[in-house]
Design a protein around this ligand. Sequence first.
Ligand SMILES: Nc1ncnc2c1ncn2[C@@H]1O[C@H](COP(=O)(O)OP(=O)(O)OP(=O)(O)O)[C@@H](O)[C@H]1O
Length: 259
Amino acid sequence: MAKRIEINDLDIYYGKFQAVRGVSMTIEPRAVTAFIGSSGCGKSTVLRSLNRMHEVIPGAYVDGEVLLDGVNLYGPNVDPVRVRRQIGMVFQRPNPFPTMSIKENVLAGVRLNNARMSKSDMDDLAEKSLRGANLWEEVKDRLDRPGSGLSGGQQQRLCIARAIAVSPDVILMDEPCSALDPISTLAIEDLIKQLKEEYTVVIVTHNMQQAARVSDTTAFFNLKAQGQPGELIEVGPTEKIFHNPDQKATEDYITGRFG
Ligand SMILES: Nc1ncnc2c1ncn2[C@@H]1O[C@H](COP(=O)(O)OP(=O)(O)OP(=O)(O)O)[C@@H](O)[C@H]1O
């Protein structure tokens, strides 16, 4: 079930180093939000703070709020493991578990959470998740073969199937196409557009055409100066950010004058 994320005055640190300052924005459900901006401005850092993955790095912490349908994910008594289950992540490089079969890969997260599911329910869930990731037709005859035997683009869709198998509220994607060829990239972009019918989707991308193609909302991050923390400069409908942004820095970035 898609949920709304509200970020309130978020500061993000790696030990003493402040990587991101003062981010506030709302991420709407059943929509794709793209994070764009030059290298090092904190896009991935903000993304990882949305499912509490940031803090797995020793010394890393955040200050501020991230609300999921009104519940502060950084509140007391919130279990970060549960948060990561509700808010799934797909990474830059497809990372299927190499020794597991295609089916086992899809069900890996579900098995951790729900060991008592029957075999037929597991099979049904594997099929539904693979269909949801537009991969079923390509793998239905080899579900017991290793996931690592698939092409890069298929592996990335397998990782998306694994992410949706646990019925998350949000799917975070950190440059999910950067290791893929153009055809596989288009397949993932089509999938992203489908996923937003059911989920809240956030994608970090360096590819501005991709942000323009797949996202409803775009958030532009930037560094005011080298060594300064990254900041959210402007967020709005993708159409507006790309054609009529309010900030000069956004326009300069979009038109390729820097970054
Ligand atoms: N594990 C880490 N430890 C210390 N500093 C880090 C770590 N990861 C990132 N940083 C720093 O935090 C800042 C933001 O990095 P981040 O990777 O979030 O930027 P980004 O906008 O996603 O960059 P890119 O587009 O190059 O992936 C950078 O100054 C980076 O060097």
